[in-house]
Design a protein around this ligand. Structure first.
Ligand code: COA
Length: 443
């Protein structure tokens, strides 16, 4: 058994006792109530999911396994001479909650290399699709096509599967998928945008380094890849991609079915697609100005025009966060170090100066601050990745780390099939009537 799998097995043994105790001894303790506004309004704030992989504090932002982004970047082992950690070591950290040693991280790097060969039929499926298909559709399709490789599905159909060992098959699928996704992503990119001219993987490199190599973008893009995948990995369980993956996996669908479904959710403009929309919005706007950098007044007008036409300002707002997203700040720090005078970065910074005040004045968005998507496209554009339809695929490779770690734990802890209860509008009206009546009685 690999070191990672051993560490994980020990953690799972310990954790099962905690979950069982909570269920058996305290199962009826209430952790919240649900209002009519929450039932109609996308279950915002309803506490109904459990994860230990990450936690999103509305004011502080994300912590991965208890560490802030900066702490993660500082603590985790890095490839020699690099500033950003091994993605593989970060996956160990997400799965186990333990910071791996350099040796442990490098062991996973080697393990993932052995799992990285993508079956030819996956490329054949991609090649059969019209080239103007959205890259996210291709990405999701490739993951689904690979489902025949699932160890989890095989173990289930061969009767080797039970409530205690099912996580081990999910773990195998998770590692196999994580090893292959960057290769699939780079293949889609080169097939669609680079005249079908591919670059063979370089197995001397780590996941981030090999991805940059296969994309054909020189250093320091390898650092960008590591940073980007880590930053986008997880945002607790309730966001659309994480929740969808968890929901589908709860039916004992394997990691391929589940991740493909989660990726489809990530493809929505209110979720992951926002990062391409931010750049489209900015480019569109600069084009109208004949390529000139806009003044503050022009910028304010453009923001208001967007709002007045009933559209959202992409890259701003969040369902949980009530402050600037630390994932935005982390990327901003990268820009300040590597591309401080880049006009597109200056424009994004200017937007940061005007948008929050306007959104406050507009009075709808509960959070006027930027989220992760407001900044990420600028970095990609700077390094020559200007095909912004592809940006959400990058997000998807990163997001896979978090959701695959989560569904491995879902199986380890034996979480059941998810099945919330729905009510009818008549019932809601009845609840409302009874509430009015009881207010009348106490008045
Ligand atoms: C992320 C997002 C979907 C969260 O939605 P939410 O939880 O419903 O947000 P709120 O509770 O603040 O929404 C209240 C109202 O403000 C509006 N609002 C929220 N963010 C807004 C934004 N960036 N621009 C304009 N209006 C916004 C909502 O559309 C909603 O309007 P409605 O009452 O007419 O339906 C939303 O902020 C958004 O659409 N942002 C832009 C897209 C984006 O950046 N997505 C990536 C998220 S990581």
């Amino acid at each position: 058994m690999s070191t990672l799998k051993n560490v994980l097995a020990t953690k799972i043994d310990e954790h099962r006792k905690r979950t069982t105790k909570l269920l058996v001894e305290h199962g009826d303790v209430k952790i919240g109530e649900v209002t009519i506004a929450q039932a109609i309004g996308g279950m915002r704030g309803v506490k109904g999911l459990v994860t230990d992989i990450s936690y999103l504090d509305p004011l502080e932002g994300i912590r991965f396994r208890g560490l802030t982004i900066q702490e993660v970047m500082d603590a985790l082992p890095k490839p020699p001479g690099k500033d950003y950690p091994y993605v593989e070591g970060f996956f160990h950290f997400l799965l186990t909650g333990e910071v791996p040693t350099q040796e442990q991280a490098e062991e996973i790097v080697e393990d993932m290399k052995k799992r990285s060969e993508v079956p030819q039929y996956v490329f054949d499926v991609l090649r059969a699709m019209p080239r103007d298909t959205h890259p996210m559709t291709m990405f999701s399709q490739a993951i689904l096509a690979m489902q025949r490789e699932s160890e989890f599905a095989k173990a289930y159909s061969e009767g080797r599967f039970n409530k205690y060992n099912s996580w081990e098959f999910m773990y195998e699928d998770a590692l196999n998928l994580m090893a292959k996704l960057p290769i699939v992503g780079a293949y889609i990119y080169r097939m669609v945008y680079k005249d079908d001219n591919h670059i063979a993987p370089d197995l001397s490199l780590d996941l981030g380094g090999n991805f940059a190599h296969m994309m054909g973008i020189p250093a320091p893009y390898d650092e960008v890849a590591r940073m980007y995948f880590i930053l986008h990995s997880d945002h607790e369980s309730g966001n659309v991609s994480a929740h969808t993956t968890h929901l589908v996996a709860s039916a004992l669908s394997d990691a391929y079915y589940s991740l493909s479904a989660g990726i489809n959710g990530l493809a929505g403009p209110l979720h992951g697609l926002a990062n391409q929309e931010v750049l489209a919005w900015i480019q569109n706007f600069m084009e109208k100005l004949g390529g000139e950098v806009p003044t503050e007044e022009q910028l304010k007008k453009a923001v208001w025009d967007t709002l007045n036409s009933g559209q959202v300002i992409p890259g701003y707002g969040h369902a949980v966060l009530r402050k600037t997203d630390p994932r935005y700040t982390s990327q901003r720090e990268y820009c300040l170090k590597h591309l401080p005078d880049y006009p597109l970065f200056e424009l994004v910074s200017k937007l940061y100066d005007v948008v929050p005040d306007i959104l406050r004045e507009h009075g709808k968005a509960k959070n006027p601050w930027p989220n992760v998507d407001a900044q990420s496209g600028v970095i990609q554009w700077y390094y020559g990745l200007k095909e912004y339809d592809f940006y959400t695929v990058l997000f998807g490779i990163g997001r896979a780390l978090g959701v695959l770690a989560n569904i491995t734990w879902d199986r380890a802890l034996g979480y059941p099939i998810e099945r919330p209860k729905s009510v009818t509008t008549d019932m809601l009206e009845e609840y409302a009537r009874k509430s009015e009546e009881s207010k009348g009685e106490t008045a």
